[in-house]
Write a protein that binds this ligand. Structure first.
Ligand code: IPM
Ligand code: MG
Length: 386
């Protein structure tokens, strides 16, 4: 037994060293990249796997149409990055193959299709999720996920901490013995501060007026306790913004409470709660297939759907019927992020029109509905007529 404890202590020691190193690294990263100072913004297009390539291709086609002038003027360059497929990742046994990572690091902004995340017992080796690895490698600490249902008064923006919490060492848990398994949750001051500040800055900039922190600080006292305390501290710098905090259990209930849910505006949460709550939230809007998200760091930014690669659709031969709306919503966020506010507005308007106002082309995910390509054509045609 002592040998097992010793072995676990050694493994834990190495994890501690790495996390302390990470903490120093993120503290040193002060400034956000300024796109207006770049000659050329490089946008990487990563298809991913499963339904990823189909929906990414449609979104990239529309994005390229919108940005054509900028590309011709040399202000924007698109790069296709292949090789982030589960087959390739399994072959080299890495969440992100080295050559793919090197290509990603040459970009400023990435549009990424969903990637398959294996779990114990799957047909694939149990490698780390490519999403999680990319968020860590590029230090994409803010996962921003908007959800809107105007007719129900819902207008939420989730600021999910994206680099720590239960995800920091999600693939580094320790089986102390055959019977006892440990996972770890990591929260740093800087990690909490930078996501809280991002949420409050956004609430200030957009005039949304309210930030809500969501934790389980009554039980997960150390890490969630730190996260909440830092949110409370940051709130003091934004006296004009109302601040409150809820526990994740009651928050999941309040999102279905029609009277209360309208009150929430900007929500800031640790990684795992953010993962769970944003799937629930997206369901009110029409499901995860309609929700895009941005993953922002100080140097890099990545835009993606909030859902997975839907291997079932591929197995059943339905990949071409996948809904590209989540990726197209991610493109709206991408355009906004690089300062193309007008183009972002245009694409958003076209999507609202095609998705809600004039449902001429409807995606059902099956052969009785439109293909991704047909829906993409409809969006393009709508943009051109605007
Ligand atoms: C998400 C996804 C990922 C996550 C998975 C695919 C690893 O669910 O982006 O929300 O858990 O973060
Ligand atoms: Mg999720």
């Amino acid at each position: 037994m002592n040998a097992k404890i010793q072995e676990a202590k050694e493994k834990f020691g190495l994890l501690l060293e790495k996390q302390l190193e990470r903490n120093e690294k993120i503290k040193a990263e002060k400034e956000f990249i300024d796109y207006s100072k770049l000659d050329t913004i490089i946008i990487g297009i990563v298809g991913g796997d499963g339904i990823g390539p189909a929906i990414t291709e449609e979104s990239a086609r529309i994005l390229k149409y919108l940005l054509e002038d900028k590309v011709n003027a040399g202000k924007i360059e698109f790069r296709n990055i292949d090789g982030l497929t589960i087959e390739n990742r399994a072959k080299v046994m890495k969440a992100i193959p080295d050559d793919v990572l090197a290509e990603l690091k040459e970009c400023h902004v990435i549009l990424k299709g969903p990637t398959t995340t294996p779990r114990a017992g799957d047909e694939w080796p149990n490698i780390e999720s490519a999403n999680v690895a990319m968020r860590k490698e590029l230090d994409l600490f803010a996962n921003i996920r908007p959800v809107k249902v105007p007719e129900q008064g819902i207008d939420w923006t989730f600021f999910r901490e994206n680099s720590e919490g239960s995800y920091a060492l999600g693939s580094n848990g320790i089986h102390i013995t055959d019977e006892v398994a440990f996972d770890f949750c990591v929260t740093t001051t800087e990690g909490s501060y930078r996501i809280a500040k991002a949420a409050f800055d956004y609430a200030r900039k957009t005039g949304k007026g309210k930030v809500t922190a969501v934790t389980k600080a009554n039980v997960v006292k150390t890490t969630d306790g730190k996260f909440l305390n830092i949110c409370q501290e940051v709130a003091k710098d934004y006296p004009e913004i109302e601040f409150d905090d809820w526990y994740i259990d009651i928050m999941t209930a309040k999102l279905v409470d029609e009277k209360r849910r309208k009150d929430f505006k900007v929500l800031v949460l640790p990684n795992l709660y953010g993962d769970i709550l944003t799937d629930e939230a997206a369901e009110f809007q029409g499901g995860v297939g309609t929700a895009g998200s941005s993953n922002l760091g100080k140097r890099y930014a990545m835009f993606e759907a909030i859902h997975g690669s839907a291997p079932r659709m591929v197995k059943e031969g339905r990949a071409q019927y996948a809904d590209p709306c989540s990726m197209l919503r991610a493109c709206v966020m991408l355009l906004e992020h690089i300062g193309e506010i007008e183009l972002a507005g245009k694409l958003e308007k076209a999507l609202d029109y095609c998705m809600f106002e004039n449902k001429k082309v409807v995606i059902t995910g099956r052969a009785d509905g439109a293909t991704s390509r047909e829906f993409g054509d409809y969006v393009l045609e709508t943009i051109k007529s605007m």
